[in-house]
Design a binder for this molecule. Structure first.
Ligand code: KG4
Ligand code: ZN
Length: 346
């Protein structure tokens, strides 16, 4: 049978991503990022992100089409992230996708960004990910989200088990980096600084740790208390006129984040009897997160799946992959009147 050629558009945050897949085969994954424009603000500025998407979307579509070696007219369906994310940023991608679907006279599929992250694992690649197997627990950690999903079927059965009740994990890295005087984005900076530090130097709090929160927040996360604890610790040091041991603070903070993420992810695997854990999101770049994920899943007999980083960070290919699944499952396309929903549930 004929595998659908799908073009996917992702503009939920600061990455303008266009991907092209044929079924589960990756043909192009083109990205333009406005990250550098946000650096001086210490975080993504929605208005700046939306304007950047508007400037980049057509060049990125053209680049993806050229890379894939296809003709736009051959595209069978368009998929686009309709949420969750920054409203203005989403609208640029949704508008572009609608225009494309209208012009090409193809069906269009509005998809969920978080489910898209899981779809990344479907693509034929050389990483330790893919092809996706069911059921799986997915831990998605980025600057915008921290979510734990139970995926029984990508197109019909994805359950949100828990998410952050305040800051996203990557956001916590960015804020703590600022406290330590490190530049934005802070995740890679802290990761680097932590390499020379002692993760047991300072015992920082594990927010919503499992034993105290068995029921309501069992799979939820909280990182704002941790961020405040680090800020207070650093402040007290400075007030006492003592130097701040940046490497030890970075390593101890990183350990606290990684510990709580993987404790909950592995607990979810155990509780639901699911022997597979998939990681996604930009924080997957974290060296300690990867190392501890390998250790703990090995110990628990859980198969760990980590797609290549280019498919873990926000991208259009994962949206295209999910779109192709919807086409192949015979799912009805969206009507052209759908909007952007910044809080779209899974
Ligand atoms: O997925 P992503 O590229 O964009 C979204 O946030 O959607 O993730 C970026 C986030 C930033 O918060 C960044 O600080 C964090 O991922 N990050 C890291 C590392 N590399 C990037 N956090 C911890 N350790 C890293 N090595
Ligand atoms: Zn994302």
């Amino acid at each position: 049978h004929h595998e659908p050629l799908v073009l996917g558009i992702e503009t939920s945050c600061d990455e303008t991503g266009v991907g092209i897949v044929r079924g589960t085969t990756l043909l192009a994954n083109t990205i333009a990022s406005s990250m550098a424009e946000h650096a001086r603000f210490g975080g993504v500025v929605p208005e700046v992100a939306a304007r950047a998407h508007l400037e980049e979307i057509v060049p990125v579509i053209n680049q993806a089409v050229a890379t894939a070696g296809i003709r736009l007219a051959d595209v069978d369906a368009v998929a686009v992230t309709s949420g969750p994310g920054l409203a203005g940023a989403l609208m640029v991608g949704v508008g572009a996708a609608k225009a494309l679907a209208l012009a090409l006279d193809t069906p269009i599929y509005a998809v969920n960004h978080l489910v898209g992250h899981v779809g990344a694992d479907l693509l034929d690649t050389t990483g330790s990910g893919g092809p996706l197997e069911y059921p799986t627990i997915a831990l998605l950690v980025s600057g915008g989200h921290t979510s734990l999903l139970l995926v029984r079927d990508l197109v019909s059965d994805v359950e949100l088990l828990g998410e952050t009740i305040d800051d996203a994990a990557g956001e916590a890295f960015d804020k703590v980096a600022r406290v330590l005087g490190l530049p934005y984005p802070g995740g890679p900076e802290i990761d680097r600084a932590a390499a020379d530090g002692d993760p047991r130097a300072i015992r920082f709090p594990r927010g919503l740790s499992l034993p105290k929160d068995m029921a309501k927040h069992r799979y939820d996360f909280s990182f704002s208390g941790l961020k405040t604890a680090v800020a207070r610790w650093v402040e007290q040091r400075a007030d006492a006129g003592e130097p701040v041991p940046v490497a030890d603070v970075a390593a101890s903070f990183r350990e606290a984040v990684v510990d709580v993420l993987l404790t909950k992810a592995v607990a979810a695997c155990r509780d639901y009897g699911v022997p597979r854990l998939l990681l996604g999101g930009g924080v997957v770049a974290n060296a300690r997160l990867r190392a501890v994920a390998i250790e703990r899943t090995d110990a628990a007999g859980i198969a760990l799946r980590i797609p290549p980083l280019s498919l873990c960070t926000d991208n259009g290919a994962m949206i295209a992959a999910l779109g192709a699944q919807l086409v192949m499952a015979g799912h009805a396309p969206s009507t052209l009147s759908f909007g952007a929903d910044s809080t779209l549930p899974v």
